[in-house]
Design a binder for this molecule. Structure first.
Ligand code: K1U
Ligand code: ZN
Length: 173
């Protein structure tokens, strides 16, 4: 397994639209393993392929162990995920993002969703999600469409955060 570099905003790659995975093969399974290792090491509860520079519709997550170091890992990989139903009522969660380090904001999203996807064996699956799992899946699918949680908040706050991130990048280079 390998740790992958995580791209951070305002990198233009994060605004691009990812392409469907055509075949779930050993290269995809290796990418899933590397993404999970990278997510756990960050640490994070989700990661989309575009965040590690791969323009494929693939995401990994594990929301079960959040805040509980003794919890057994429950990794999930969703390939070509599609939200097929979303509730009318929203839930608000304070979101973070490994591509927007050290910044957080409240985001409202549908509280419950149903999502279709392929698993790592290429089989079709359907998942009903609520709570943090629902929020995290929506956050990661947004990444596949070039959307960051910053796009859900006011332009004033977004531009302030982006300016800070750009300044940090310039200082680091
Ligand atoms: O960058 C990402 O997409 C991952 C992101 C996922 C996410 C977090 C919160 C709401 C929606 C989506 C993160 O994992 S940020 C880091 C984080 O939440 C966390 C870090 C350590 C322990 C527990 C949580
Ligand atoms: Zn993110």
């Amino acid at each position: 397994m390998a740790l992958l570099p995580i791209y951070t905003a305002p990198d233009p790659l994060l605004k691009s639209i990812s392409k469907p995975v055509e075949e779930v093969n050993k290269d995809i399974r290796k990418l899933v393993d590397d993404m999970l290792e990278t997510m756990y090491a960050a640490p994070g509860i989700g990661l989309a392929a575009i965040q590690v520079g791969v323009q494929k519709r693939l995401l990994v997550l594990d929301v079960v162990g959040k805040g509980r170091e003794d919890a057994a890992p429950q990794p999930l990989a969703l390939i070509n995920p599609v939200i097929t139903w979303a509730s009318d009522h929203d839930a608000i969660y304070e979101e973070g993002c490994l591509s927007v380090p050290e910044h957080y904001a409240d985001v409202a999203r549908p509280a419950e969703i149903e999502v279709n996807y392929l698993d790592v064996s290429g089989s079709k699956q359907t998942l009903q999600a609520d709570g943090l799992l629902s929020t995290c899946i929506q956050h990661e699918i947004d990444h596949l469409d070039g959307i960051l949680f910053l796009d859900h908040i006011s332009a004033l706050k977004r531009n302030m955060i982006l300016r800070k991130l750009l300044k940090q990048k310039k200082l680091a280079s």
